[in-house]
Design a protein around this ligand. Structure first.
Ligand code: S3P
Length: 427
């Protein structure tokens, strides 16, 4: 059942908020916990549907999972994983499918992973090629899901990623823990480093040298406690809403402030945005408070070197660009075409429907900002971040808008519309 959501122009957004536990960190805590011997306790586990997919896949492999809301206990042990009785369903979650491929490459049985229509269009050879080089049998369906992995003894690998991808990096490091010898992964640009920061908590040393991370084979993980900070990518939508609406101020507490995830704040500041980030603790991940206030924004060119650190925030940034004076531009971001939908095309269509001037480029987009937006009927194209970005645009557009297929926000931020209701004083 697909449902649309009416979003009316808002006077302002105000208030103090928390956002659900970080999706990327929740996936990793669950998978590392599933591999580790003994019990792992995860607090503030993400309420995202994607992270529930990871837990369900782990259960399919025989991992014990007890969940009570945001508290999750995982009883793992990768040596005890057994062939699942049925294909594992990763749902809409590329992270689940790509990251689990790593540990499965070392398991001596065949596992099939399936996904929904969107996930079944996303590229998998980027993870399949290096896992094959390590010795696993990995079958894709013309480069896509379903993915079948028959694991076995692995040899360590030195791999250079052609495109920065934290999911592929994670898969290879997790496969490497079970391999003979060292496995190292080199990236062209830095991507999120949550796996590198979390592995030592589970007892595995990670050597890091610039853009390279490596692990020793034959390393066993032991259960640990993980406290998941709020999701910076979810916070981005509230931050942009506060910047573009008049008389607004939002404060988001307990949010992840990893520099591999907060480059969008740097871009918003370069656009003239009033955004403060205050660190409250820095280990194992930087966490703190973000305060954002109404600002007169101007366009900018997003530095290509920052693209991997803000790839999930481009939808929110493009909305900021539509409300800014002058030209907002993102280039070298062709990866956006391989997300839950083709986000370049979806943003261009959605923002144009509001009356924004948007130019789609093969590797990015240009928004000539500053034109008043008018309410419109727009489509999320079943992509959670497109739904949230277009909803924020709708808050600043005249009259009422309708966001079709809006329920997909549950993929990362199920309470998004409740939070928006509180922020706009309508809840
Ligand atoms: C993620 C990595 C990124 C990102 C995704 C989450 C992760 O994907 O877009 O939402 O948790 O490692 P890629 O690895 O495909 O760049």
């Amino acid at each position: 059942m697909s449902s649309s959501r009416k979003v009316e122009k808002a006077r302002s957004v105000r208030g103090t908020f928390t956002v659900p536990g970080d999706k990327s960190i929740s996936h990793r805590a669950a998978i590392l916990g599933g591999m580790a011997e003994g019990e792992t306790r995860i607090r503030n586990f993400s309420e995202a549907a994607d992270c529930a997919s990871t837990l369900a896949c782990l259960e399919g492999l025989g991992v014990g999972v007890d969940r009570s809301g945001a508290d999750v206990r995982v009883r793992g042990g990768v040596d005890a994983w057994r062939a699942p009785a049925a294909p594992l369903d990763a749902g809409n979650s590329g992270s689940t499918m790509r990251m689990l491929a790593g540990p499965l490459a070392g398991r001596p049985f065949r596992t099939t992973l399936t996904g929904d229509a969107s996930l079944s269009r996303r590229p998998l050879e980027r993870v399949a090629v290096p896992l094959r080089a390590m010795g696993a049998r990995v079958e894709t369906t013309d480069g896509h899901a379903p993915l079948a992995i028959t694991g076995g003894p692995l040899r360590g690998l030195r791999h250079e990623l052609p495109v920065a991808s934290a999911q592929v990096k994670t898969a290879l490091l997790l496969a490497g823990l079970q391999a003979d010898g060292r496995t190292s992964v080199r990236e062209p640009m830095p991507s999120r480093d949550h796996t590198e920061r979390m592995l030592p908590i589970f007892g595995a040393a990670v050597e890091r040298d610039g853009l390279e991370a490596s692990v020793a084979g034959g390393t066993r993980l032991r259960g640990a406690a993980v406290d998941v900070p709020g999701d910076a990518s979810s916070a981005a939508f509230l931050v942009v809403a506060a910047l573009v609406l008049p008389d607004s101020e939002v404060r988001i507490e307990g949010v992840l402030l990893s520099p591999t995830r907060t480059a969008f704040l740097d871009v918003l500041r370069a656009m003239g945005g009033s955004v403060e980030a205050t660190l409250v603790r820095s280990e194992p991940e930087p966490v703190g408070t973000i305060v954002a206030r109404s600002s007169a924004l101007r366009g900018t060119s997003v530095p290509p070197a920052l693209v991997p650190s803000l790839i999930d925030e481009v939808p929110a940034l493009a909305v900021a660009g539509a409300f800014a004076e002058g030209r907002f531009e993102v280039t070298q971001a062709a990866e956006l075409r391989h997300k839950e939908t083709d986000r370049i095309a979806a943003l261009a269509r959605g923002l144009a429907a509001f009356g924004a001037r948007v130019d789609e480029r093969p590797d990015g987009l240009v928004v000539e900002g500053g034109r008043p937006l008018r309410g419109a009927r727009v489509d999320s194209e079943d992509d959670h971040r497109i739904a949230m970005a277009l909803s924020v645009a709708a808050l600043g557009a005249s009259g009422a808008s309708e966001v079709e297929r809006a329920e997909c926000v549950a993929v990362s931020f199920p309470s998004f519309y409740e939070v928006l209701g509180r922020a706009t004083g309508r809840a």
